[in-house]
Design a binder for this molecule. Structure first.
Ligand code: ACO
Length: 325
């Protein structure tokens, strides 16, 4: 298999900051509860007229600039999202049109918080097979549009944003190993019940607030720790590496306690973990994309470093990817 890597990264975050203290005025919660239970201090909230694709386009432009590539030369655009602008068309085709990426094939994938790593691995396969030369992958979410702002058990957790990366063949280094897992039997633990073909939106579904995120946080917590540790272990084993060789561990940012518990299982030094959950909360597919971008741009990740992306989300779906940067 030829070496395939990430040759450009970008991000976009809405300007509006919603702090834990702001949330204290909305629901019966406290900054102390949110910080100690999740590690989150604030999150970004998109404007009313700012859709997921608007954020995706800005992150994509930044990644293309970073990769020194013109949109016209992109072969494939994959957007990972669970908060698309609308049921269809896809966010990816909206992005394609806005960027004037005329020759690109564009589609969305739904893999919740694991979406960016799923998109990366799909892009890798297309490039490795020789079908396409490069790909633009994006994790973009406006989760504020799916959150019940009267439900303290969920509204404190999520935020909005977008991250992007350009994937292409590289002369040296690149993706070393990947691992993906799914278990649909846990799908009921985290979902938006209405608005699809099972329960189309109606006055009744809206009155019952079924178009908002419903989550069994406790159950998910335990499964997330187990699956994230297992995914990273399997990908590292496949790469012939151990945790000692990892330079930067970039996990999905759902909860600081989940990340630390997974790292403990892995026997991974905590100073190797990249975390930005305090600033942004859980942005689903955008979280890992933005964390990767920030870790590269802040030089936390340097040339030759071993980077592990490790994700878990609704579905249930999870995965990991080991990259030599
Ligand atoms: N403020 C104050 N109290 C609260 C809040 C809040 N915002 N939310 C819940 N509580 C209360 C509960 O009502 C409960 O009170 P009780 O004991 O009187 O019943 C108490 O706090 C404890 O609640 P728990 O749910 O047990 O709290 P826990 O420590 O499990 O933390 C959390 C909850 C943060 C949701 C955690 O379970 C979690 O992070 N779960 C995993 C989330 C996740 O990984 N999701 C998957 C990825 S997301 C994706 O794919 C889109």
């Amino acid at each position: 298999m030829k070496s395939i890597g990430i040759v450009g990264v970008g991000k976009y975050l809405p300007k509006k900051v919603l702090t834990n203290h702001d949330l204290e005025k909305l629901v019966d919660t406290s900054d102390e509860w949110i910080v100690t239970r999740t590690g989150i201090r604030e999150r970004r909230i998109a404007e009313k007229n700012e859709a997921t694709s608007d954020m995706a386009i800005k992150a994509a432009e930044a990644a293309l600039k970073d990769a020194k590539l013109k949109a016209e030369s992109i072969d494939l655009i994959i957007v990972a999202t669970i908060s698309p602008d609308m049921q269809f068309p896809s966010v990816a085709t909206i992005v394609q049109a806005a960027l004037k990426a005329h020759k690109a094939v564009a589609f969305d994938i739904s893999a919740a918080c694991a979406g960016f790593v799923y998109a990366l691995i799909i892009a890798q396969q297309f490039i490795a097979s020789g079908k396409y030369k490069n790909a633009l992958i994006i994790g973009a979410e406006k989760l504020s549009s799916l959150v019940d702002w009267t439900d303290r058990s969920t509204c404190v957790l999520f935020g909005d944003g977008a991250g992007a990366a350009v994937v292409a063949p590289v002369k040296r280094n690149g993706i070393i190993s990947t691992y993906l897992g799914s278990d649909g039997t846990g799908g009921n633990l985290l979902m938006v019940p209405a608005g699809g073909s099972r329960l189309p939106s109606s006055h009744d579904t809206i009155n019952k607030k079924l178009h908002f995120v419903k989550m069994q946080g406790n159950e998910l917590f335990k499964i997330a720790v187990k699956c994230m540790a297992e995914a990273a272990n399997k990908a590292l084993k496949q790469a012939g590496l151990g945790c000692k060789e990892v330079d930067c561990f970039i996990p999905h940012q759902a909860n600081e306690r989940i990340i630390l518990a997974a790292a403990k299982r892995l026997n991974l030094d905590t100073d190797k973990i990249f975390m930005n959950i305090d600033k942004y909360g859980n942005m689903s597919s955008a979280s890992t994309a933005i964390a990767l971008c920030e870790s590269v741009k802040s030089k936390r990740v340097k040339k030759g470093d071993i980077v592990v992306l490790d994700v878990f989300g609704a579905g249930l779906v999870w995965g990991a990817c080991v990259i030599k940067w």
